[in-house]
Ligand binder design. Structure first.
Ligand SMILES: [Zn+2]
Ligand SMILES: [Zn+2]
Length: 169
């Protein structure tokens, strides 16, 4: 099956997809949970997509790839598994799913989501996590999920080049 080019700069390279799959496989093995073919396919589709995908987008792409019909619960169960293993995150504002950029450890997933093209970029910042932990401690609150969604316009849509991270420091 041909590889579809979306023409989007946000499209992930096949290299990063396979890297993400290998990391997920290693994480599942270390945790003693099964990384089934269906779960793997769902993750591969999410990793290869330039934007967060809704459950039905994932279902459609899986059916196209496997060339057969699937039941929605099959996809939902796989998504639930990947969420529970923190291999993906759910963007509540979009009702869509994105792969986690750092599946090897627990962390706060902070997403910058473009309101125009829908692209999302995940960042990781220990300072934010420490801030959340401190605030949670002072509230006596136990954090179960840390997903932050920040909306705006991406550099591509703004037509501007992003600052180098060294410039931003
Ligand atoms: Zn993450
Ligand atoms: Zn954009």
């Amino acid at each position: 099956m041909g590889h579809m080019s979306s023409g989007s700069q946000a499209a992930k390279s096949p290299m990063s997809v396979s890297t993400a799959l290998l990391a997920a496989e290693a994480a599942c093995r270390a945790r003693g949970v099964q990384f089934t073919q269906v779960r793997k396919l769902v993750l591969r589709i999410l990793c290869g997509a330039p934007q967060p995908l809704g459950a039905y987008d994932v279902l459609n792409r899986m059916e196209r790839e496997l060339d057969r019909r699937l039941s929605p619960p099959t996809v939902y169960r796989a998504l639930d598994f990947l969420l529970a293993q923190r291999l993906i995150s759910k963007l509540e504002s979009r009702n869509a799913f994105v792969p986690c950029a750092h599946p090897d450890h627990t962390h706060a997933c902070v997403f910058f989501i473009c309101e125009n093209c829908g692209a999302s970029e995940e960042i990781e910042d220990r300072r934010l996590e420490q801030l959340f932990d401190r605030q949670a401690n002072s509230l006596g609150f136990r954090i179960n999920k840390r997903v932050l969604e920040i909306e705006g316009l991406c550099a591509t849509c703004l037509g501007s080049a992003p600052l180098k991270s060294t410039d931003a420091l």
